[in-house]
Design a binder for this molecule. Sequence first.
Ligand SMILES: [Zn+2]
Length: 138
Amino acid sequence: MDLELDLSEFCCLNEDCQDYGKKDKGNIRFKERYGKQNRALLRCKTCNRCFSETRGTIFFGLDTPDEEILRTLAMMPEKGSIRGTARASGHDKDVITKWLDLAGAHCQEVTDYFFQELELGQVQVDEIWSYIKKRKKT
Ligand SMILES: [Zn+2]
C-alpha cells in the first residue's frame, strides 16, 4: 500500500539529529497515514522525531525553516496586514508575499502543517485561510 513512497528520498528534518539532511541512510521509517489526503507520517529511527511526507517540499529551497514560515503566516489574521506581519516577524514583506503565494498553491498541505506542526485549532486555521484568500482577490 505504501509502495509508491520511496523512503530513500526522505531525510530527517530535525537539526539536532546526527542523520539530519542525509538521505538514504535507512533511518526513515513509515509510521502511519493521516488526514483526508492520506499523507504519510514518517519517523526517524535515529532521533524518534515524526514528520509528514510533505514536510520540506512546499517551502523547499527557501532560506527560512518551514516552521518559521508557518508561524509567520499564522500571524496574519492577528496583525491584519502583510506590513504588520513583516514588522512583527522581522521578515521582509516581499518575502512574506512569496510565502503566501506558495501557501495558496498548496492549501491542503499547508492546512496539514498548521494542524500538525503548530497544533492550531480549526477556527485559527480558517482565519488564516480567509485572510490569504481575501488577499488574493484584491
Ligand atoms: Zn532524526
